[in-house]
Design a protein around this ligand. Structure first.
Ligand SMILES: *[C@@H]1O[C@H](CO)[C@@H](O)[C@H](O)[C@H]1NC(C)=O
Ligand SMILES: *[C@@H]1O[C@H](CO)[C@@H](O)[C@H](O)[C@H]1NC(C)=O
Ligand SMILES: *[C@@H]1O[C@H](CO)[C@@H](O)[C@H](O)[C@H]1NC(C)=O
Ligand SMILES: *[C@@H]1O[C@H](CO)[C@@H](O)[C@H](O)[C@H]1NC(C)=O
Ligand SMILES: *[C@@H]1O[C@H](CO)[C@@H](O)[C@H](O)[C@H]1NC(C)=O
Ligand SMILES: CC(=O)N[C@H]1CO[C@H](CO)[C@@H](O)[C@@H]1O
Length: 475
């Protein structure tokens, strides 16, 4: 276990994503409960296996998949604190999809997962499926909390409102992708509007979560689209897979998701038939097909990103995290291109799509099981950011790709935890000081005194040292 004194609060949070679950333990000093920038990540844990939604119909396994991390939490947290430590589980788009395709299975999975967590000595607070809007907004809260954009504790002992611009959030999960930013423009679709009051300030957010635009669902939809285009003859060429990469799968595996079920061929289709896919690594064909899984025509509002979804013009800086970070890092390290402008993104994506699977393996051996996906993921990022969201030569360079801020992972989990724990006061920022102004003044005085004394001592020592040094040389 890790030594923790009594002056810290702890909270366990399970982020049940579509492709995997992560457990975070957060901690913060007990005397600054409502402060900002004080909650940090104590530890994290990533169990083996898929997300809880992948255990549909075998919910026992969903519960079991969390045990290794919960066991770790029992070791990380001192025994005496176990029953005081709250534990939450929040699930996202993987479970939203399962709740669409099978509400019964989704309820069973949540129930079983809850049962497993309750078999541990912690204080269970429930398991819930977040809406896309919540997922987007909490990601934005996390980003700006970690960057201390809300408020900052000043040297003179007052909470300062830095009056800083906030940073937009771009999240890319396994089953959905989110964009969230503060806007001055009117949000024409009220479902994409969210008003938050934090530390006495009002923030007017635009947020949208695109279900079926997460990594795994995009790959599935792309393949289904290619099968539709090339006919389901059992053999097909895939322009986003690298040359030299072949894979065989069951036809049925393509159309088992609510994101692709509408593309199921209606005649001569056998779900058990084998489909053999051969990579051709062709950037232009990849881009052409990828663009076709978006819909850029018809917009019921004054302007849209895609799929008839309203979006105001992007404004300010952004942080792109989760899978966006890994894609950007892969492009940079394998091509040596900076990837800070739309043109550089295209150049890097073109270069990656042109690599054979063996060339990729040489450049990025550590990414081995996922290498075949980077061309498609890069081309998707390009279409989404430039054509979809409308980032251009001026706004694209203001996106920073990050995985962590300090030791804390960037994602929706921290923002959700902060909100659930009332750690984000809506009102009044002047009341949450750790020390009274009098105490601060006294501390400042003592500090100044100490500094002066120390400086005097150091300079005295230096003087003596010099004298001694010169006499040494002389003798
Ligand atoms: C933190 O805020 C909540 C609600 O705003 C309040 O009930 C609580 O007393 C505050 N805690 C501290 C330590 O100031
Ligand atoms: C599943 O979806 C239904 C319909 O949208 C919703 O009412 C329900 O709350 C969802 N289940 C969970 C656990 O969120
Ligand atoms: C992939 O399949 C093609 C044709 O089916 C074949 O010529 C090629 O050798 C295969 N490549 C690999 C790496 O298996
Ligand atoms: C989609 O990919 C196929 C196979 O590579 C190609 O023949 C076709 O032209 C592509 N479509 C577009 C719009 O690029
Ligand atoms: C959004 O951007 C477009 C193109 O840059 C511009 O023509 C339009 O005036 C902008 N809209 C607003 C509301 O600023
Ligand atoms: C693997 C692959 O497709 N490589 C191609 C990369 O681009 C050059 C031309 O620029 C082709 O000659 C290669 O065959």
């Amino acid at each position: 276990g890790i030594i923790l004194n009594q002056l810290f609060f702890l909270k366990i949070f399970l982020d049940a994503g579509s492709s995997h679950t992560a457990m975070y333990i957060y901690k913060w000093p007990a005397d600054k409960q409502n402060g900002t920038g004080v909650v940090t990540q104590h530890t994290e844990c990533h169990p083996k296996g898929g997300g809880i939604s992948s255990y549909a119909g075998q919910q026992r396994e969903a519960g079991r998949s969390l045990q290794s991390c919960l066991d770790q939490a029992t070791r990380d947290i001192p025994r005496a604190r176990h029953h005081l430590t709250p534990v939450y589980l929040g699930a996202t788009a993987g479970m939203r999809l399962l709740n669409i395709s099978s509400p019964v299975q989704s309820a069973q999975v949540l129930k079983e997962v809850g049962r497993t967590i309750q078999s541990y000595p912690f204080n269970y607070q429930g398991a819930a499926i977040l809406s896309g809007q919540e997922e987007g907004a909490y990601g934005w809260v996390t980003v700006n909390y970690l960057l201390e954009n809300f408020i900052k504790y000043g040297f003179v002992g007052h909470w300062l409102s830095p009056g800083r611009q906030t940073v937009g959030a771009l999240d890319f999960g396994g089953a959905s992708t989110q964009i969230t930013f503060v806007t001055k423009d009117e949000v024409e679709d009220k479902r994409d509007r969210m008003n938050l009051r934090l530390y006495g300030y009002d923030y007017s957010l635009y947020t949208h979560s695109f279900l079926c635009y997460g990594r795994d669902q995009v790959f599935k939809r792309l393949l289904a689209h290619l099968v539709t285009g090339q006919g389901h003859t059992g053999k097909m060429s895939h322009p986003c897979f690298p040359a030299g990469y072949n894979v065989t799968m069951k036809m049925g595996a393509l159309f088992d998701s609510p994101c692709t079920v509408g593309l199921t061929p209606n005649s001569g289709y056998n779900p058990q038939a084998a489909l053999s896919v051969e990579g051709s690594g062709d950037y232009d064909h990849c881009l052409g097909n990828m663009t076709e899984i978006f819909s850029f025509h018809s917009c019921p509002f004054s302007q849209c990103s895609f799929d008839k979804v309203f979006q105001p013009n992007v404004s300010g800086s952004f942080m792109a995290f989760s899978a966006f970070f890994y894609i950007h890092q892969f492009l940079q390290t394998t091509t040596g291109i900076l990837v800070a402008t739309p043109a550089q993104l295209e150049e890097a994506a073109r270069a990656v799509c042109n690599m054979s699977i063996n060339e990729m393996l040489v450049l990025a051996p550590d990414q081995e099981p996922r290498l075949q996906d980077f061309c498609a993921a890069s081309v998707f990022t390009k279409v989404l950011f430039t054509r979809g969201y409308g980032f251009d030569e001026i706004s694209f360079p203001r996106i920073s790709f990050q995985k962590k801020a300090g030791d804390t992972s960037v994602g929706w989990a921290l923002g959700y935890m902060l909100s659930l724990s009332s750690l984000l006061p809506g009102e009044s920022i002047g009341l949450r000081k750790a020390l009274k102004p009098g105490a601060w003044a006294a501390l400042l005085f003592l500090f100044a005194l100490l500094l002066t004394t120390a400086l005097m001592y150091v300079s005295l020592q230096a003087c003596r040292g010099k004298k001694k040094g010169s006499s040494d040389i002389a003798s």
